[in-house]
Design a protein around this ligand. Structure first.
Ligand SMILES: [Fe+2]
Ligand SMILES: [Fe+2]
Length: 172
């Protein structure tokens, strides 16, 4: 009925709020598959760390390490998700894969930019001019944008495919 979350999102500068107030992880973000939910949560938690480092300020050397780890997390997750969706014959797989590729390309662009900066360069806390701002926006876009819309769209297909919440019984 009330939309206090939206109000707080719209009115309060993000740097004044912990990320857990901006995005709350919970069942509303579940796609109904424990493996994928766990990966999404791990990416979200790492995003929260990046957000905090953006608020506090960080050296580019550390930011570069964080961006590399985010790259590995996303690449592994996208591959896992795409295989799963292919297995259930998800109709919008092509579009979904294209979104993943686009996100990786965007992140790769940031990593290449960081390579042009010195390790000791500052990424000042809470500034939209800091290099960390782009990573922080990217990870918020992932949590808010891709998971809450595109990933949620495959929920029904995944459940109908019989691989949603049923634990795999091991074996071959
Ligand atoms: Fe996805
Ligand atoms: Fe995903």
């Amino acid at each position: 009925m009330s939309s206090t979350n939206q109000e707080s999102l719209g009115r309060t500068p993000p740097q004044d709020q912990p990320i857990k107030q901006l995005i709350q992880w919970g069942d509303h973000l579940s796609v109904g598959h424990p493996g994928i939910d766990a990966q999404h949560k791990e990416i979200y938690e790492f995003g929260a760390e990046i957000y905090e480092s953006w608020r506090d300020g960080v050296r580019v050397g550390e930011l570069r390490i964080a961006a590399d780890r985010l790259w590995e997390l996303l690449r592994a997750h996208f591959l896992y998700e795409e295989r799963l969706l292919a297995g259930v014959g998800y109709a919008d797989l092509k579009q979904h894969v294209a979104e993943h590729r686009s996100m990786l390309k965007e992140l790769q662009g940031m990593r290449e930019h960081f390579e042009t900066l010195s390790d000791d360069d500052d990424s000042p806390g809470g500034s939209v001019l800091s290099p960390n701002w782009s990573v922080m926006q990217f990870i918020l876009g992932f949590s808010l944008g891709h998971v809450m819309t595109s990933d949620m769209n495959y929920r029904q297909s995944l459940m109908a495919g019989g691989k949603a919440t049923r634990p795999t019984a091991g074996g071959a």
